[in-house]
Design a protein around this ligand. Structure first.
Ligand SMILES: C[S@@+](CC[C@H](N)C(=O)[O-])C[C@H]1O[C@@H](n2cnc3c(N)ncnc32)[C@H](O)[C@@H]1O
Length: 169
C-alpha cells in the first residue's frame, strides 16, 4: 500500500485525481474556443472520412470526438442503419456534443465520456476514426489510439487515424 500524501490520499489516487483535473481543464479550454478550433480542423475530416470509406450500416467509433463534428459526418454517411459512438475523456465536450441536435436520416449517435484507452466496448465496431491530436501530445496520444483500435478491432493497424475491421475470409 502506498503511503498517504499530504492530502491524505495515496499516491495512485492522487495521480488519478491530477489526471482527471488536467483533462477537465483541457476540455474546458477546448470548449471556450471550440468553434474556431473545429473550423481549423474542418479540412482534416474530408481526407480522414475518404480514407475510412464508410459504408451504409457500419458501426463507427470516433476517438477524441470533441463536440462531434467527425462523428456527425460519419453518422450521415453510414445512415439510419449504422451506429456511431463519439468517445472523449472530456465530460464537458461530451455534454456539449449531446446538446447539439442530430439529423433524422443519420445513424443514431451515442456519446461516451471515457478514456478510450480504458473503455471496454459492449458492441462490435467496424471502423475507428480519430480526427486530430494536439501537436504537443501527438506521440503518446497516437500510440494510445493505435493500441485502442487494435483492442477493439483485433487488427494490426497501418494508418494511425483510421482503422478498419478486416474482411472475414
Ligand atoms: C484536438 S481535440 C479534437 C476534437 C474533435 N475530434 C474535433 O475534430 O473537433 C482532441 C480531443 O481528444 C480528447 N482525448 C484526448 N485523449 C483522449 C483519450 N485517451 N480518450 C478519449 N478522448 C481523448 C480530448 O479531450 C479532446 O477533446
Amino acid at each position: 500500500m502506498n503511503p498517504p500524501t499530504p492530502s491524505g490520499r495515496d499516491a495512485s489516487s492522487e495521480a488519478t485525481a491530477a489526471t482527471s483535473a488536467r483533462r477537465s481543464q483541457l476540455s474546458a479550454d477546448w470548449l471556450v474556443q471550440a468553434a474556431r478550433l473545429e473550423a481549423m480542423l474542418d479540412p482534416v475530416d474530408e481526407p480522414l472520412l475518404a480514407a475510412a470509406a464508410l459504408c451504409p450500416g457500419e458501426a463507427v467509433v470516433d476517438i477524441g470526438c470533441g463536440r462531434g463534428p467527425t462523428a456527425r459526418r460519419a453518422a450521415a454517411t453510414v445512415g439510419a442503419l449504422g451506429r456511431v459512438m463519439g468517445v472523449d475523456v472530456g465530460e464537458g465536450v461530451i455534454d456539449a456534443a449531446r446538446a447539439i441536435a442530430s439529423v433524422p436520416e443519420a445513424a443514431p449517435l451515442r456519446w461516451i465520456a471515457a478514456d478510450a484507452a480504458a473503455l471496454q466496448l459492449d458492441e462490435q465496431v467496424d471502423v475507428v476514426t480519430a480526427s486530430l491530436s494536439s501537436p504537443g501530445r501527438r506521440g503518446s496520444y497516437q500510440r494510445s489510439i493505435v493500441a485502442t483500435s487494435f483492442r477493439w478491432l483485433g487488427a494490426p493497424v497501418a494508418v494511425p487515424s483510421v482503422h478498419r475491421r478486416p474482411v472475414a475470409t
